[in-house]
Design a protein around this ligand. Sequence first.
Ligand code: ADP
Ligand code: MG
Length: 683
Amino acid sequence: MLCYTALRMQVSPSTPVADLGYLGARLAKKLKSMGIATAGDLLRHLPFRYEDLSRTAPLAGPSEGPVTVRARIDLIRTRRSAKRRMLLTEATVSDEAGTAKVVWFRQPYIAKTLKPGDRVLLSGKLESTPWGLEMVNPVHEKDGAASPVHTGRLVPVYSVSGELTPKQLRAVLSAALPAADLAEETLPESLREAHGLPGIGAALRAIHFPDSMEAAEAADRRFRFEELFLFQLRGAWARRALELKRAAAVPFDEASTRAFVASLPFALTGDQKRVVWRILQDLGAGRPMQRLVEGDVGSGKTVVAAMAMHACALVGYRSLLMAPTEILAEQHHATISKLLSGTTFRAALRTASRKDDPEGAAVVVGTHALLSKGFAPKHVALVVVDEQHRFGVAQRQELLARLPATADGEIPHFLSMTATPIPRSLALALYGDVDFSALKEMPPGRRPVETFLAGERDRKAMLAHVRAEAAAGRKTFVVCPLIEPSDTLGVKSAEEEVERLRAELPELEIGLLHGKMKAEQKRETMERFAAGPLSLLVSTTVIEVGVDVPTATVMIIEGAERFGMAQLHQLRGRAGRSSLPSRCYLAPSHAAPHAVERLQAFTRAKDCFELSELDLRFRGPGSLFGEDQSGFADLQRFRPGDVALIEETKRAVRELMESDPGLAGHPELKKKISAEAETVHLE
Ligand code: ADP
Ligand code: MG
């Protein structure tokens, strides 16, 4: 039993944190801001590492590294330091071997909780001074009947937010620990036995307060297994549900397709042909397509979507194309309209500022406005989502749910496109249920964007290059990151950058683009940049995706260390959209060694596929698509190197689905996955 044994009440997973003793009541609000409401939630907040304070030492001499001392308080008092008027708490402590002086800075409450005669555990470094042994700012804990929580053991380290201290979280967690024995078991016993996994109660106890590193690792393995297993089971379940559904069978009309291809302003690349062919086969099969097209920025995904939409239009079906920003939706609308100009089909646009009537349009291009209530066009056989990583799973789900079925029980085909590929290692392992197509071949004549790391010292040379490009009529993008959390749209940093550049490059016309501007203003600025007098455009990340300005040959990314690899790559892709040579400068705002290493790896990587693997290595799966990407939020403990575990869980899922396809014998698993299952097939 850990501390808080005084707690009389039986603690269960549903016990509100406010009922977990004095501390729980005090911290309830802060815990809520972390999404923790009950003892069960607390127990599911797993530590991400341990601090080893299990080594104990007598007060006999200095220690190497942190140790835990069991001692008695002889004297304790708080005073103000003479020099800096800082509150100092000083104590003399002793054990059989000797005595030591202990100092705590700015923690006057300690003198109120510890009295002479108290037995304490102190974890920290024992140092030798001319006045004897000393410990500065040790972690302390009363030495009572219960096992220690903060000292003298493998101490769990949690991520905390909302002004909670790690010590507070640990203390309240220890109060919730008795609920571990009543926690719901998510993994069937047969599965646990077959894979050597501890039960939920033991695993929860061991992951939070392990007796040994081995116990912690065994528990950790169980949670990693569980996470992957449920993730994959959801996929398999969704796949099964999908197999039971039908979608419009769109026959392949060879003559019209050939005519359409011939009308395009360019010849398709080999990859484009191959991917289009796969999609046409999917559309013809009568089963709902679930395909993700991954292709680098500029690889020509739009025309692939246009071909699929054209195929549907030929047989009287409508398609929707959803883009993450208004600028991009407008651009797609213009592009698709042009591509369709030789046909009888028409494209409509639906954004916050323009709402065409979908009637008579074979394609409706739009933003989130496609999700608005009251918009439910009929005969939709295909939904295309561009830059799918920018949409939450819920939004995609909503779009599909709102559409009326084309005929009895038929759901639309689903095609998503992204330049942020899911790393191969993850994709193969986790998305057995989605079909992937890669566009690796670039349209002819493209040159890679030369990429440089540009510190403050390189700024002069960089600006000279911008000046020279401007003289030749070429354009430069400057992207600024969000710096202060309060400045959610990054307006401030972009405005400051404009000031700075106007002083440095007085001869150039410089524009500003940010998310606070009205759509009309944004459009006008984009036009003045794309085909007007502006040589340089300073912007926040609103230009991140899709924007096509062929004369843009320079991309400068300020605060580059703040961006993920995928995002940097997207940004870089705004330059180099023609056969002109282009450059990208990464200007980090400070040169943290890790940031430099990562940015240097970025300058060398050859395409988005390699970059996604790098991102996974440097920042972990959660960071791949940003915070709101619910798809990966479930993979908290996943380690990219976990190949063996992935294979093991994959096999377990397959066996389970074979022996119990409807999960009739596993209601608890069914309950756990089916609530979210429908959303997963949209990944
Ligand atoms: P992305 O994959 O980034 O969405 P786009 O579809 O916007 O790329 O295409 C980028 C540019 O390449 C567009 O200007 C498009 O017209 C052009 N393009 C696409 N496919 C080809 C091709 N096969 N040959 C030449 N140009 C192409
Ligand atoms: Mg695109």
